[in-house]
Design a protein around this ligand. Structure first.
Ligand code: UT7
Length: 333
């Protein structure tokens, strides 16, 4: 019997207009364009401005673009998963809100939280629903309004993160393409190095938690960097070996955009050259769940049916993983 796989059949993306440049950050904290560029590769990031604007607005914009490209209506969506660490509200799920905003009346929807690896966890989860044969159109959104949890007086984090998001539509295919393999991992002992201290059930919001700035991202940069470099490189090499892929077989590495040095180390371990790496960190910084779908969105026109892609991420949790994806269509543009 032919195997049913889940193939990406359309992508959408959204980045806010406002650009927060390194130059502007130089006036906000004790930093320099030179330091940020050499240590991270980031030049600017986008910030979502405007009262009442949240992650769902970026997610909904990305989904609407994807529907238009695919020529389908929102009520055809069976399932919508939103991967985010900055939900509009603690509950209900941002996925429910996105479904409402786009008019996905027939979809069930839920959020998935795996920090920067969220979109890969989401794609893997969604692929199983599609492979089961029960769901034909599944949308995975990866979006974050990181500016809502960043302390803009903390130079170690405010230079890294930005806002944005993207979405991918998964549909069944009997062809030899789509999500071919995935390796997902987590290690919760890593939570001490990267987390948000308050606002959860252990430490609910209070005047004290606000005064102590505990609703912002807390990151021990160097520790996270070491784990990220090792694990993202290793899992990327592992998925290549398991699928007997040589570096020349890879059209693109699609890495989470946390730090250009982590991406370079992963590319080196895989033996792929610069021209085989999707990189937009210089323009968007780290948009957490948004980085990988935004890359697919920006590179869509360059992708051809049959191209082999390796998607790789590392993030808070710790969580990390890789997906081997065979691209399923030639872009109409
Ligand atoms: O996406 C989720 C997962 N997150 C990641 O993968 C992030 C991983 N970590 C990193 O990308 C890097 O660790 C950072 C970019 C966060 C920091 O870079 P680093 O090369 O590890 O710097 P560091 O923390 O070792 O700091 C080196 C120096 C320190 O000064 P001293 O102690 O040597 O005097 C910092 O205080 O750089 C200082 N520093 C800065 N200087 C100018 C830290 N941030 C800044 C800054 N501007 N923005």
């Amino acid at each position: 019997m032919t195997k049913t796989r889940a193939a990406i059949t359309a992508v959408g993306g959204y980045v806010p207009e406002y650009k927060l440049t390194n130059k502007v950050l130089e006036d906000m904290v004790d930093t320099s364009d030179e330091w940020i560029t050499s240590r991270t590769g980031i030049k600017e990031r986008r910030i979502l401005k405007g009262e009442g604007q949240g992650t769902s607005d970026m997610g909904a914009a990305a989904v609407e673009e994807l529907l238009k490209k695919r020529g389908i209506t929102a009520d055809e969506i069976d399932l919508l998963i939103c991967c985010t660490v900055t939900p509009d509200l603690v509950f209900p799920a941002t996925a429910n809100i996105i479904s409402d905003k786009v008019g996905a009346k027939n979809a069930f929807s839920f959020d998935l939280m795996a920090a920067c690896s969220g979109f890969l966890y989401g794609l893997t989860t969604a692929s199983k629903y599609v492979e089961s044969g029960q769901y034909k159109k599944v949308v995975v959104v990866g979006a974050d309004k990181m500016s809502s949890i960043i302390d803009y007086t903390d130079r170690t984090t405010c230079i890294i993160f930005g806002d944005g998001g993207g979405a991918a539509l998964l549909e069944p295919t009997q062809e030899e393409c789509g999500i071919m393999d995935s390796i997902m991992k987590s290690d919760g002992s890593g939570r001490v190095h990267l987390h948000q201290k308050a606002g959860g059930s252990v430490k609910p919001a209070s005047h004290e938690t606000v005064d102590a700035k505990e609703h912002f991202v807390y990151q021990e940069g160097q520790a996270v960097f070491k784990f990220a470099v090792n694990n993202m490189a290793e899992v990327s090499a592992e998925i290549m070996e398991r699928n007997k892929l040589k570096s020349g077989d890879i059209r693109y590495l699609v890495p989470h955009q946390a730090n250009k040095r982590i991406i370079d180390a992963t590319a080196n371990r895989m033996g792929v050259g610069k021209e085989q790496v999707m990189l937009n960190i210089e323009r968007y910084g780290n948009t957490t769940n948004g980085t990988i779908p935004l890359c697919l969105w920006e590179w869509e026109n360059k992708l051809k049916k049959g191209d082999n892609l390796i998607l790789s991420a590392f993030g808070g949790g710790f969580t990390w993983g890789s997906i081997y994806l065979k691209w399923a269509y030639n872009s109409a543009n």
